[in-house]
Design a protein around this ligand. Structure first.
Ligand SMILES: Nc1ncnc2c1ncn2[C@@H]1O[C@H](COP(=O)(O)OP(=O)(O)OP(=O)(O)O)[C@@H](O)[C@H]1O
Ligand SMILES: [Mg+2]
Length: 259
């Protein structure tokens, strides 16, 4: 089975601190994973290593069938889409919604050339699939938080990535917008050309059934990994959070509360 991501014995040291320690993790092609962990546990560090922005101190990394050290990382990054809240701040307030989406084709911030017809059509289709086609003609600053997030997902999809990282993509969304975003992600996962999805979240109930696998990171180490059904249970999550918690499964999602 081809592998989308393979990390073998990956550690990452910064000065005195060992930020990631002996990470062994494989994502098979066709799997979608959720990543859970408290603030500072090392989630973004793992994603930075996968995207080639940081080099591991020890260990081997392969992404989309390419072993690091043998490939041009700039080329690989064109196949990786990344949506995070820090990206939101980089978009110019007066930029047009359609331009924002089209700019994802070249992984650039801001557009300096005329929009080509084929790009326009692709952007419009993506926006319509994500339920944000009505934003065409609007500037970024007039969009709500949820609308902005959808534009950034459409933007990431513009380059037809093989791997899409959603790093706390639902931050700041109201109840309805969050559910709408989760539905859009489900619809995306159902497409025949769906990219491998990695969902970083602090909320287990956002892990919809398409994220059939979960990775739990604690203090730079893998605490647990496996199918979400297996990993997200009372006993393991209580040990993980070092607090007694209970999980209730509803509509295929794990709702967590303190016991
Ligand atoms: N360049 C760096 N130099 C030194 N320490 C760093 C560096 N980057 C990250 N760290 C530290 O590594 C740890 C893991 O950070 P990371 O950003 O991976 O956490 P995270 O799990 O993504 O947290 P959050 O949920 O808050 O986003 C933190 O303690 C952070 O301060
Ligand atoms: Mg982070």
């Amino acid at each position: 089975m081809p592998k989308a991501i393979e990390l073998k014995g990956v550690s990452w040291r910064r000065g005195e601190s060992l930020i990631l320690e002996d990470i062994n993790w494989t994502v098979e092609e066709g799997q979608h994973w959720a990543i859970l962990g408290l603030n500072g546990s090392g989630k973004s560090s793992i994603l930075n290593i996968i995207s080639g922005y940081m080099w591991p101190t020890t260990g081997e990394v392969s992404v989309l069938g390419h072993k690091f050290g043998t490939i041009d990382l700039r080329e690989l990054r064109k196949s990786i889409g990344w949506v995070s809240s820090s990206l939101q701040e980089k978009i110019r307030p007066n930029e047009q919604a359609l331009e924002i989406v089209v700019s994802g084709r070249h992984a650039s911030i801001g557009l300096y050339a005329e929009i080509e017809q084929a790009d326009r059509e692709k952007a419009e289709t993506l926006m319509s699939d994500l339920g944000c086609a009505h934003l065409i003609g609007r500037t970024y600053q007039t969009c709500s938080q949820g609308e902005k997030q959808k534009l950034l997902i459409a933007r990431a999809l513009m380059a037809s990535p093989k791997l899409l990282i959603l790093d706390e993509a639902s931050n700041g969304l109201d109840f309805i917008s969050r559910e709408a975003l989760l539905q859009s992600i489900d619809a995306l996962a159902a497409r025949p050309d769906a990219p491998t999805l990695l969902l970083v979240t602090h909320h287990t109930e956002e892990i919809s059934p398409v994220f059939c696998h979960s990775l739990l990171i604690r203090r730079g180490q893998i605490f647990a990994s496996g199918t979400s059904k297996d990993v997200l249970n009372n006993e393991d999550l209580s040990e993980f959070f070092e607090m007694p918690v209970g999980v209730e499964w509803r509509a295929g999602r794990a709702w967590l509360s303190v016991r």
